[in-house]
Design a binder for this molecule. Sequence first.
Ligand code: 5RP
Length: 259
Amino acid sequence: MKNRLSRIINPKTGHTVMLAVDHGYFQGPTSGLERPGEVITPLLPWADAVMLTRGVLRNTIDATISNPVVLRVSGGTSILKDDLSNEDITTSMRDAVRLNAAAVALSIFVGAPNEKQTLVNLARLVDEGEEYGMPVLAVTAVGRDMVRDARYLGLASRIAAELGASMVKTYYCENFGKVVEGCPVPIVIAGGKKIPEPEALKLAYNAIQEGAVGVDMGRNIFQSEDPIAMIQAVRSIVQEGYTPDEALELFNSLKGKKK
Ligand code: 5RP
């Protein structure tokens, strides 16, 4: 378990840049990810880990990649349904091990109609993970009518840790330090909807300053006007201590260059 986690969170820096490209599991061909292999592969040199489903991994990613894989193993619903919380475990632990996953990821929906089902899913996944030394990343999914504040995200993150998650993925919010303080396992933040690059870089910077171990960022990288420049700029903040201004300068200097 510790060895797997150390492949995701760099033990030298204590930080990680995870590339989240699992959106299709309920959104289908998400904008920017229509041809996943072509988008993901050039970004991998700057990703400490890649978070995706087994379908995209098997069919579009070269089996020889060295990046640790965080395998999305929950699903069962789609954006056509009003209630996205009706998720179950969709991939067996055996298959996750066979695919050489470094961790498995599942969403919990605290406060949503299927709160209990998703929390029990998490607890079961942790039990199975313990048998194989497989860490579980719990994603605190936020329903449409939930407020993304420190009270709610702190509650959801703490519950995830209490049920045995090895890592939590949540959203950045005001007083994010409170969320980190109440959660005894490492936290990474999602980027959320696409925002201008300077704002996304500031978001990553603030999250690290306030105690996140890193980012698990998707749309703000692959929907960027230059995804390869953007992942390097995000990495400069998370792994090299750049300020948002320095990272933006890096982004601008790399943007549009022939790859
Ligand atoms: C959905 C997920 C996604 O992978 C993640 O939230 C997407 O990252 P981003 O918000 O940065 O696009 O876990 O529940």
